[in-house]
Design a protein around this ligand. Structure first.
Ligand SMILES: Nc1ncnc2c1ncn2[C@@H]1O[C@H](COP(=O)(O)OP(=O)(O)OP(=O)(O)O)[C@@H](O)[C@H]1O
Ligand SMILES: [Mg+2]
Length: 451
């Protein structure tokens, strides 16, 4: 291949001199940037044509010069210069130049990209911030206070924490409070529900992967959640659902403090605090061989069990009033009170969905109210009457027909499942899954039963 053609293909201006300072080569881009043509300069001493050129000094002191600003005949450009060696002998020198405007354009593009990265970083940080702290935990039940005291200690220690408790008792609330109470409170809090992601995806979610690790992988690789939560907290919800293969990988992270992306050769050090939660009995899972015993002991350095709401009914009035106040604030509906009768109803219910169910019931009531006081009639149907207690054979009231009975049973079942799920789309999806119906069917039935 012709040497000239190669030089002309390069998008930087190039000028080469020999060890006597005679110009041997220039390319088209050099002419475009400086305005100097080949016939004006090739074969001539560089200093004769360009008296202020520094390239000849490069020959003498054998040093590299970078980003030298030049303005000749009104043309501005930046030049890098380097000696050319043959063994340890300098045989010439090369200068590489770029037009000032191009450098400015490039700098501008880099600056814009830097700003975009900063913006994305802020967005990522904002979406991985824990909203709750210890002050968010409402309740003065003795059991709850004891758990909170242990959680406060756990927050300042660097060890894993295992939180157990029924659905809706506040496991994630505690996890966030522990994160916010620790020294890395400003770092990300990254939650992941181990039951919600298929096993084969879970591994790449947690550990990430390198470019081209497998077919269908993103082209630039993927950052795993351990890395995303570096210096912060990874909240592994429903840890009992973590497949055994990933349990051993998690144990390794806890022991070594390193992770390896899928397809990567090297391990990477991460400093990620692990908080795990489950509503299953992990010790039972261990005895059935479904959960690794060594991981279980690693995780439960601090074990917190959150009591269900039915065992701390003394907290219901305070919880109800505080939650109602914050929900009415959020909806800007003014101050709302709760009647003693309604409080009595709440206190007598068994709350299978715990605080989440209470929160949802209050939200429902708030929508039903057209006065500033919440009465029993505003509560969801299964709370407004003592129907839920009547489901025992003792107080069974026969329906008017089989169809009506089935409809009522369907309504109650859906109400109950919904009460145990989060009030957002994810909760609805979960409810549909539990009922083994599609999301669309669930919405249709909710509409039919006015839920
Ligand atoms: N003691 C409490 N004080 C105030 N709010 C609470 C309390 N306990 C729970 N909550 C609220 O109840 C809702 C459910 O809590 P959270 O999501 O932490 O429960 P969970 O135990 O993680 O449930 P699940 O097992 O279904 O994931 C949240 O909105 C949370 O803020
Ligand atoms: Mg949870």
């Amino acid at each position: 291949m012709n040497g000239h053609a190669i030089l002309d293909a390069i998008q930087d201006g190039i000028l080469v001199i020999d060890k006597q300072g005679i110009v041997k080569k220039i390319n088209n881009e050099y002419t475009r940037i400086t305005g100097v043509c080949a016939q004006d300069i090739i074969g001539k001493p560089l200093l004769e044509v360009r008296p202020e050129a520094q390239l000849v000094s490069t020959l003498k002191d054998k040093s590299v010069r970078v980003g030298v600003y030049r303005k000749v005949n009104g043309r501005e450009y930046l030049v890098d210069m380097a000696p050319i060696f043959d063994g340890d002998q300098v045989v010439g020198a090369v200068s590489i130049c770029k037009g000032k405007q191009e450098v400015l354009d490039l700098t501008k593009t880099i600056e814009q990209q830097k700003q975009q990265i900063q913006w994305l970083q802020q967005k990522v940080e904002a979406s991985f911030q824990a909203a709750h702290h210890f002050e968010s935990i409402i309740g003065y039940n003795q059991g709850l206070k004891e758990v909170t005291a242990i959680a406060r200690k756990a927050a300042t220690a660097p060890f894993p924490v295992l939180i157990t408790g029924e659905s809706g008792t506040g496991k994630e609330l505690f996890a966030q409070a522990i994160h916010r109470g620790g020294k890395n409170a400003s770092q990300p809090f990254v939650p992941i529900n181990c039951a919600a992601i298929p096993t084969d995806l879970l591994e790449s979610e947690l550990f990430g992967y390198e470019t081209g690790a497998f077919t269908g992988a993103q082209k630039n690789g993927k950052l795993g959640l351990f890395e995303l939560a570096d210096n912060g907290t990874l909240f592994l919800d429903e840890i009992g659902e973590l497949p055994l293969s990933l349990q051993s990988k998690l144990l390794r992270v806890l022991q070594e403090g390193t992770i390896r992306r899928l397809g990567a050769l090297k391990e990477k050090r991460v400093c990620t605090r692990i908080i795990a939660a489950t509503n299953q009995n992990l010790a039972d899972l261990v005895s059935k061989g479904l959960f690794r015993e060594d991981l279980y002991y690693r995780l439960c350095v601090f074990q917190l069990h959150i009591p269900p709401l039915r065992e701390r009914k003394e907290d219901i009035p305070l919880l109800a009033k505080t939650l109602l106040a914050s929900q009415s604030d959020a909806k800007a509906v003014g101050q709302v009170n709760i009647s003693d009768e309604a409080l009595e109803r709440l206190k007598h219910y068994h709350w299978p969905g715990n605080v989440r169910e209470l929160k949802n019931a209050l939200q429902f009531a708030l929508c039903m109210m057209d006065e500033p006081v919440l009465h029993p009639s505003h509560l969801p149907p299964h709370l407004a009457t003592d129907q839920w207690q009547r489901s025992t054979p003792m107080s069974f009231t026969p329906p008017t027909s089989l169809k009506a009975g089935l409809e009522e049973a369907e309504r109650q079942l859906i109400t109950n499942v919904l009460a145990n799920c989060d009030n957002h789309l994810e909760g609805k999806k979960q409810a549909a899954k539990r009922l083994n119906i599609s999301l669309a069917t669930l919405y249709n039935k909710m509409k039919k039963h006015r839920l």
